[in-house]
Design a protein around this ligand. Sequence first.
Ligand code: TRP
Length: 327
Amino acid sequence: MRIFSGIQPSGDPHIGNFSGGFRQYAQTQERGEGFFCIVDLHAITITHDPAALRDGTLDIAAMLFATGLDPGRSTVFVQSHVTAHAEAAWLLSSVTGHGQLGRMTQFKERVAEEEFVSAALFTYPVLMAGDILLYRTDIVPIGEDQRQHLELTRDIAQRFNTRYGETFVIPEGVFPETGGRVMNLQEPTLKMSKSRGAESGTVLMLDSPDTIRKKLKTAVTDSGSEVRYDPDEKPGISNLIELMTVVTGKSIQEIEATYEGTGYGRFKEDIAEGIIELLEPIKARYNELRADAAELDRLLALGAEKAREASAPTLARMYERMGFTRP
Ligand code: TRP
């Protein structure tokens, strides 16, 4: 079975990225042949800083290995190192409806926020479809926010298959059951993010233990003192409960039972200590690898080689079926 996911190379990964991303990748790699792609081509769809892109790409690569992706088993690579991705995006843009792209929620949200809206921002989902389809992917572990893009990918694949003959596997999304949507600790109605919401509400994976304790201590809770999961009535505490499921692997019910009658204070302290313990070994591996540029380069070159080999036959088939002469 083929597994594919793409990860944005924005620096400073936070616990929301861990919960909805890194954790899922390491788990799903056990289920088959995994391809994990650092999507640097996607990063230029909004105004970006070249130096930050370079650093962010290496930061994320180191974090993927530190959180458990095994280079002997999975293929971890950088999107721009494999030219098939840019080529596939162009070919697939011919079977993607302009109107379909205009209906993408993420695009509409970004348009409202960005000063400059690039053509690349509009065609972003086509590039993503190519990423997935090139590898004849069966499953795609992603966050809830990417559901619409995956639906579009399936649509594009079907349209291509109908027009040019069976070429692509139709991929399925795998969405995390809990912990897929960690919210900002200060503004629990906003998704945890590096760029939006209060900074003190975002727990970075490289934060020091003291910073983590402080951020948890000041996390917004709701009225009452009952540790009960109810996202509508109690968004703050429900978010913390979800975070606790990520940290301990326990279910929501187990956590509610453990903290019955103890109040919020103890609960918050325990989450902070749980996060610190979880991140300790990850940070150690990350720091070691991030400082070793030669080793990171070697691992990414190995990944690119494997990714080229896996995607080349699909790209060749696309060109052939669409009627291109080949050199
Ligand atoms: N769009 C995804 C995100 O923002 C990243 C991504 C790019 C991706 N290509 C992908 C995810 C392919 C899964 C599969 O998170």
